[in-house]
Design a protein around this ligand. Sequence first.
Ligand code: 5GP
Ligand code: MG
Length: 179
Amino acid sequence: MKRVKLHDKEFEIAIRYDQIQTAIGVVAQRIREDMKDEHIPVFLSVLNGSFMFTADLLKQMDFNCEVSFVKLASYSGAASTGKVQELLGLDIDISGRTVIIVEDIIDTGQTIAGLFKKLKRHHPKQIKVATFLYKPDAYKQTIPLDYIGIRIPNDFIVGYGLDYDQLGRNLRNIYKIVN
Ligand code: 5GP
Ligand code: MG
């Protein structure tokens, strides 16, 4: 599909599924190299948006690892609310462990900064950040982003896990809003 309509808005294709998979392959390769001597890293996936990226990324990990989920929300509709809400907390012990946060998209960085701070209180060995999409022009934090899939402009996008008011998560391609 070249165009989709979700609620009141139109979206056009921006990144195709095959481009998504190529970018994930590159990120996966780098993570495999960095993690080969680490003892059972834990991938911490940030729901809901990152479920597709998490699934595709984890299928390419060839070492013993764990996966766990937290649920955060900072968006309402198509704009950030500026507040990070924790809807499902950490349910594993991460002290002394290597944690790789798995995010769908990093925009202003507020969500990742909040999560990073929370996780540090549990004294992990190290925290790495893997994000599928990154909006460099919107990022306002200093936390280093270790693994970035694709850099994108400041458009509102949907698909491949990302929603517009809960619609569009099922789309295999990524679509950007048509103004
Ligand atoms: P940040 O806290 O970095 O500003 O925003 C991070 C969260 O906002 C992401 O995890 C995602 O849920 C949401 N978000 C940011 N940009 C977009 C976008 O273009 N489309 C959608 N659907 N969600 C976004
Ligand atoms: Mg997210």
